[in-house]
Design a protein around this ligand. Structure first.
Ligand code: SAH
Length: 250
């Protein structure tokens, strides 16, 4: 007997930002597992499910408990915010399921880079790099190398986990490094609580970025050398041109 174990990205928070495929997987599941914060977001949509809320248990333990449910024959869905395959649980579940009679089915979700970009305008129209500033599982010197390489290659950069409890200076340090190759006027966007209560989008520049505005529920966007800030009827937006107008003018 082989049971299904869905690893579901539920999007940033709002039910309308969850894909129909993710919705269907949660509908099919008998047990829904995940962090309390995310379960709270989906409980109203699926009130009759069995919930495996594992609180502050470590990630490995949490996945093992959920896999035990699957081995007992139940259809399980483990949820992550955004996309479960982007700094989520999909990789760990696959690793831990090796050799078990469990079919792991990843279901994609709208990641913060996508949902945040939409709130800011169109900052990611060209090549971009996604970098997490969390140094819990990645040595800081490796993060520094990636920041420098991305800035030198003139990528737009999206920073996940821009703030940690232990290290309030992460973002400033990252911006200093990016600033070695990006000008002080480079547009910066901060999006907070996308699809949740307190949603906010802030447009600023690398020189004026106030790291106190950034918390763990924020994602930070830094432009490339072509990115500019545009005044629109809906306020300031960030645009990274892809070059269509220049092509048309030729
Ligand atoms: N799997 C998630 C990312 C988890 S890492 C995804 O694909 O979006 C956690 C980081 O993601 C946060 O520190 C923040 O940078 C970003 N993030 C996740 N949800 C967010 C939201 N609703 N609003 C803003 N940023 C968010």
């Amino acid at each position: 007997m082989q049971t299904k174990f869905y690893v579901v990205g539920i999007g940033p928070g709002a039910p309308e930002l969850m894909t129909p495929q993710a919705h269907a997987a949660l509908q099919e599941a008998e047990v829904i597992a995940g962090y309390g914060t995310y379960l709270k977001l989906i409980k109203p949509l699926f009130p009759d499910k069995e919930y495996l809320q594992t609180g502050m248990t470590g990630e490995v333990k949490r996945c093992q408990l959920a896999l035990e449910q699957a081995q007992a024959g139940k259809i399980v869905a483990m949820v992550s915010s955004g996309d479960a395959g982007i700094y989520g649980m999909a990789g760990l579940v696959l690793q831990l399921a090796e050799g078990l009679p469990v079919e792991v089915v990843p279901v994609p979700g709208i990641t913060a880079a996508s949902s945040g970009a939409a709130l800011l305008g169109a900052p990611l129209m060209h090549d971009f790099a996604v970098i997490s500033l969390s140094d819990r599982l990645t040595p800081w010197d490796k993060i520094e190398k990636r920041l420098l390489a991305a800035a030198e290659a003139d990528f737009c950069v999206v920073l996940y986990n821009p703030r940690s409890h232990g290290r309030p200076d992460l973002l400033n340090r990252a911006c200093q490094l990016l600033g070695r190759h990006k000008g002080p006027e480079t547009p910066v966007g901060i999006v907070k609580n996308i699809g949740r209560e307190g949603e906010q989008a802030i447009v600023t520049t690398l020189a004026e970025l106030d790291e106190n505005l950034v918390d763990m529920f924020s994602t930070v966007f830094i432009g490339n050398s072509q990115t500019y800030i545009q005044q629109t009827v809906a306020g300031l937006k960030i645009v990274t041109p892809r070059g269509y107008l220049e092509e048309a003018a030729q």
